[in-house]
Ligand binder design. Structure first.
Ligand code: HPA
Length: 269
């Protein structure tokens, strides 16, 4: 089956299950998937039951697709995303974004846990732009002409309008929302202190192992993107050592703000 045929098959399957006409896709990163539990009139599918869908293996990533109402909007949420470092081809990592587009979404909210380069643990950061340092690109291979051009523009990959709405929502709620550049790496090893010093010089404010492939595919097909990083730790060299447990613990701490913010933004968009 070609990629287009797979996208169409999965779209038809999800529509048959009642997942029709979502307005927004939500990609919920490490520990942030709880938001999907607040979806009303929910239709929930396990990833394992969806044709052509990947499998999620990371602790803190549930592996469910949730459709329904959140903050008055029809959303389709990925509770658990696919990472390149798990061994997933980027076609699998970004497949849900293709399907979101095929189902008619106008935009995607992409969230992640990230290491702060300057920003400290507990910061919520709206992503203004990214640096792709994964050494990969999900659009390599035959271009899907029905979705977008061979050489897509990335100048406005992160929608200014969506970011403005995010800042307005944050202000209303009294939640602090910073803004900065996300540098995407493949992982799974954390960065070395020398790499982080280099990334700082390159203009990065946060570093993480996801998001970049999904956003490239979203931009390709004209989906508007809001990216929010939850900064869970100081990047390597700025704190004694890094571990996944800390990332999970800090995420726990900030997820109440995060959930409120995403709901308020959805209502504003
Ligand atoms: N580096 C890369 N990815 C991350 C980090 C980090 O420091 N923290 C959470 N995800």
């Amino acid at each position: 089956m070609t990629l287009i045929e797979k996208i169409q098959q999965t779209r038809d399957f999800l529509q048959d299950k009642g997942m029709t006409a979502p307005e927004f896709g939500l990609i919920l990163g490490s520990g942030l998937g709880e938001l999907a539990e607040e979806v009303e009139n929910a239709i929930v599918l396990n990833y394992a039951d969806i044709p052509n869908w990947g499998r999620s293996t990371v602790v803190g990533h549930a592996g469910k697709l949730v459709y329904g109402d959140l903050a008055g909007r029809k959303i389709l949420a990925l509770q658990g995303r696919f990472h390149f470092y798990e061994g997933n081809p980027l076609e699998v990592v970004t497949f849900p974004v293709r399907v979101m587009k095929a189902l008619g979404c106008q935009g995607v909210l992409v969230t992640n846990a990230a290491g702060g380069i300057g920003f400290g643990p507990g910061t919520l950061m709206a992503i203004s732009d990214h640096i792709n340092l994964t050494g990969q690109n999900p659009l390599i291979g035959a271009n899907l002409d029905d979705f977008g051009p061979r050489f897509p523009d990335m100048s406005n990959a992160y929608s200014k309008d969506y970011r403005k709405a995010a800042h307005q929502a944050a202000d209303k709620l009294g939640i602090r929302l910073d803004e900065g550049v996300y540098i995407g790496v493949s992982g799974p090893s954390y960065e070395t202190p020398a790499e982080i010093r280099a990334f700082k010089t390159m203009g990065a404010d946060a570093v993480g192992m996801s998001t970049v492939p999904e956003v490239i595919v979203a931009a390709h097909s004209g989906l508007k993107v809001l990216g929010i990083s939850a900064i869970t730790n100081h990047a390597a060299g700025f704190q004694a050592e890094l571990n996944h447990e800390e990332v999970v613990a800090v995420t726990q701490r900030i997820k109440a703000d995060f959930k409120q913010l995403v709901k308020a933004v959805l209502a504003e968009l």
